[in-house]
Every structure is written in C-alpha cells, then in structure tokens.
Design a protein around this ligand. Structure first.
Ligand code: SIN
Length: 293
C-alpha cells in the first residue's frame, strides 16, 4: 500500500459497518499521500463522503483517474451518448427535463438496491458521485455492506450458494426500461436475456475478504437452476438482505457539493424517490474494475 503518512486527511468513521467522512484534503489537487489515504479509507469503510467539495467536472474526472482507468456508463458504451460536452466519462443522474428531453438518468423514482453495471464482464471498482443540485427532501442514497451480508448468511443459505453464479440482465434497467442499443430476447424468459455471469460469493481483489455479489434482483437468474428454484434462492438471499441489522446500512442525506466515493465490489446502493417538481442533479464517474472471482 503506498505511503499515506504525510496526508492531511482526517477520516471520521460513521460508527456503522460502512461509511466515513473525509476532510482536510484539497480534492482539486490531492497529493500522492492524500490519494493513498483515501484509498486506504475506501477499502476500510466502503463508502466515503467529502462535504463542500469545490471541484468542477474536469477535476472530478481527474480525481477519479488517480484510482485507476475510467469506464463509460452503459448509455455511452452502447450508443455513444455523451452527457457533458467533451467529458464522456461523466454520466448525469437527474430528473431534470430541458426542451422536452431528460438531461440525465434515473428520473425521480425510487431506485432499488443494485451495484453499478453488474451486467458487464468487469464491473466498476469505484463510483464517484457528486451533487450539483438537490431537492429539499427525499432522494437520499443508502449503501449496504455486502461483506456483512455474506458473513451473516445462515449456514443452509451459505451451502446453497457455494459454486453458484448469477446472470445479470444487460438489456433492461432496474425500472424495467430497455436500454438503448440492446436487443430484447424473443421469449420473455430471464434465462434468455444476455448479461454477464458472476459468482454469488466473490473475493474482493484488494482486501481478500469474501462478500455477496447480487447485482440487482430484477431479471436475475441463478445459472443452471430450473427457473422456479432460481427465483426461490434469489428470494431467500434478498430476504436475508432485508433482515440485516441497521448497522450494515449507511444513508446519505445530500447537500450540494457532496462527493460520495464507494467500493462497488462489496456494496449495493439504493435511492429514495423525491418530488419530481424539484430538481436533482448529480454527476457520476466510474473507475474500471476486474472480473469478479
Ligand atoms: C446510482 O444509483 O448510481 C445513483 C444514486 C443516486 O441517484 O443517488
């Protein structure tokens, strides 16, 4: 691990199983020691929050690049759609409609638990999400500790997932909408939907810890099982998540200027709905990851 001893970073853990506030760093010009300190805190606490960030889009991208090569969001990958002129690495998360067109993704509705881009072969390692406009209420984002989800699996459920993998739907987004540039299967059967196959239990490539990797519930399929058995196993896994003690969840109430950086390999996140007559705008950049094993 690179040396972080000269960093000015202050790390304040949330007290839950995940989440920490980081302060004392100029995110527009972090030193190598600062980056090392952020990386260590990110691996330890899974989700980091930086308040009152005064960085622009280019600094946001430059910061993310210090943690690895960047990836493009699915819309940009499949259709070449760019949200911010000249900066294709940024995806806009927003409900704002301008001249009759949505300027970003996800609208104002609830987004259920998911990991970013689980349906590609090498899903991102990190996501960095920065708030530019926030509604007066609602729109909170929560993260779930998937190490804890694995470590608390009942024995029989642990046995049921050994050696099993999930196929993660690459055609339909969580809300059921088909992604532009994809082809829907002829039959309406999840077994026919293309998508990456990843192990249900993965080993984190940096910490060596095991965690559950479920991607999202919608259109998931446990490879090799009859459909009804796949659904039953997924339902049991998701019921286990729903019953996790509160300390495995950490919730962010957004303020303008927040930057949230999370480990996309060992967390899932969800977003609360908010009033669509208010504006919410966030910019996200993702750092490439590796194939889950
Ligand atoms: C996301 O799911 O990546 C966006 C979360 C949010 O809108 O807060």
């Amino acid at each position: 691990m690179p040396d972080d001893s000269s960093s000015t970073a202050q790390i304040r853990p949330s007290g839950a199983a995940l989440g920490a506030d980081v302060s004392g760093i100029d995110l527009a010009a972090p030193s190598d020691a600062d980056i090392a300190a952020i990386r260590r805190a990110w691996l330890d606490h899974l989700v980091l929050r930086f308040r009152d960030c005064r960085i622009d889009d280019r600094q946001h991208v430059a910061l993310a690049r210090r943690f690895g090569e960047l990836d493009f969001n699915p819309g940009t990958r499949l259709t070449g759609k760019v949200y911010v002129d000249g900066i294709p690495e940024i995806v806009r998360i927003s409900n704002i409609v301008q001249d009759g067109r949505a300027i970003g993704e996800l609208g104002a509705g609830e987004a259920d638990w998911h990991t970013d881009m689980c349906f590609i072969d090498e899903p991102p390692a990190a996501s960095l999400l920065r708030s530019l406009e926030v509604p007066s209420q609602g729109g909170q984002t929560s993260w779930l500790d998937m190490y804890g989800a694995y470590e608390t699996l009942p024995e029989e459920l642990n046995r049921a997932v050994v050696g099993r993998s999930i196929k993660h739907d690459s055609v339909y987004a969580s809300a059921g909408k088909q992604r532009p540039g994809t082809t829907a299967p002829a039959r309406g059967d999840v077994r026919d939907i293309p998508g990456a196959v990843h192990p249900i239990v993965r080993t984190h490539p940096e910490t060596g810890r095991r965690c559950l990797y479920l991607g999202k519930r919608f259109n998931a399929y446990v490879v090799g099982l009859p459909l009804a058995e796949s659904e039953a196993l997924l339902d049991r896994l998701w019921a286990h998540l729903a019953a996790l003690p509160a300390r495995h969840i950490w919730t962010q109430n957004w303020r303008v200027g927040d930057l949230l950086m999370w480990d996309n390999r060992c967390t899932m996140h969800r977003r609360e709905a908010f009033d669509d007559s208010e504006r919410r705008l966030l910019h996200r950049v993702v750092v490439k990851g590796s194939r889950p094993v």
